[in-house]
Design a protein around this ligand. Structure first.
Ligand code: AMP
Ligand code: MG
Length: 355
């Protein structure tokens, strides 16, 4: 009897010892996914989370992806949206001037720098012109396009010219977090919103040590972070602008990168057989015609990838390539004939598909 008890106790201790060893040896990696709408686009997430061995599966499963989504929604609501009245952008547009947060002040300053570097092709003061065309909304709600037949779309030439002439980044002043808009100009941060969101999400991920890898797509912008459990590179597919269901190739990336694509196929409206897209040329007031169908920028910084992709689309291949190189970014252009051209650096990451 005594011997039986001793054996049982030993087995019990051994079992506990094995469990402690398993717990100390670490856990397992869990993959979480999410698909939501925010910033007027689809946000998809795939993240890898290290779980301790004894982590109980609970209602928590959504938590990490929900937290990431909340970061993006907060940014839109508090800083970037032109339509949400309490955002800093909407407040400044309504008042024409005011004190902003350090984050907003720094963002506007960085936008002004890109305006200068791109000779005004990139310009966040085009708010009134963007609102006049309203292509983002019309593209999202094609049923509202009845206006197109009744002559409201495209907008009248003189209205376009008036909105264009009244805008200009030289009418925007920012100093010590005070912003002043002259001549009734309005801000539109649509060209950099997803890039700013990539940076915000990356900062969040860096503080969450259990998240070991993530790939997060916000419309035309994609953030990669950390690594996959099998350590193979992230593979980011670049859409074919002639057939967005197809890919022109993939980027193989290790670690943290930001990839932004601007293209005339992303948001557009057809009226009388003419396609009007959402990237406007500050020089003409009309959708930019630069011979480019799409441009993809690859950088470590989200703001830069998003700002440069818009600027390079308007500038066209030659000037756009020079601008990307000035900022140490990699660029890939698809022209209207479907020809590809890219920076030397981009070649290291890009594998072209058979088309
Ligand atoms: P993206 O898709 O990142 O190239 O950004 C396009 C969005 O930027 C548009 O939907 C407008 O909100 C805004 N936008 C259009 N034209 C310009 C421009 N020339 N400079 C800066 N922002 C622009
Ligand atoms: Mg952009």
């Amino acid at each position: 009897m005594k011997r039986f008890l001793t054996v049982s106790v030993s087995i019990g201790f051994m079992g506990i010892f094995i469990l402690i060893c398993m717990a100390l040896a670490g856990g397992r990696t869990e993959q979480l996914s999410g698909a939501d709408i925010a910033m007027g686009t689809v946000i998809t997430q795939r993240i890898y989370v290290d779980r301790p061995f004894f982590h109980l599966q609970s209602d928590d499963t959504e938590t990490e992806t929900q937290h990431i989504l909340s970061q993006i929604e907060a940014l839109e609501r508090e800083l970037l949206s032109r339509r949400i009245s309490q955002s800093e952008t909407a407040q400044i547009n309504a008042a024409g001037r005011g004190q902003v947060s350090p984050e907003m002040g720094a963002l506007v300053e960085k936008c002004l720098e890109i305006s200068q570097a791109s000779d005004g092709a990139f310009d966040i003061t085009l708010g009134n012109l963007v609102m006049l065309w309203d292509i983002d909304r019309l593209a999202a709600e094609p049923e509202t396009l009845q206006g197109a037949e009744s002559g409201e779309f495209p907008p009248k030439k003189e209205d376009i010219e008036a909105a264009r002439a009244a805008s200009g980044y030289d009418k925007l002043l920012v100093s010590d977090c005070e912003i002043i808009l002259s001549d009734g100009i309005a801000l539109d941060l649509g060209a950099v919103g997803k890039g700013v969101a990539m940076n915000r999400v990356r900062e969040y991920l860096e503080g969450e040590k259990e998240i070991t890898g993530a790939v997060i797509s916000l419309g035309g912008s994609i953030l990669t972070y950390g690594s996959k459990p099998d350590k193979t590179p992230w593979r980011i597919s670049i859409a074919d602008p002639f057939d967005t269901g197809q890919s022109i190739g993939t980027l193989s990336l290790e670690g943290q990168w930001c990839v932004s694509t601007s293209g005339d196929y992303e948001r557009y409206v057809y009226s009388d057989g003419v396609r009007y897209h959402h990237i406007l040329d500050p020089g003409t007031g009309y959708p930019a015609v630069s011979g480019v169908h799409s441009v993809t920028i690859l950088t470590k910084d989200g703001f830069l990838s998003d700002a440069l992709s818009t600027a390079c689309f308007i500038l066209g291949e030659e000037k756009g390539m020079a601008l990307a190189e000035e900022y140490g970014a990699e660029a890939l252009f698809v022209d209207e004939e479907g020809n590809l051209s890219m920076t030397e650096g981009m070649r290291q990451y890009f594998n072209e598909s058979d088309r």
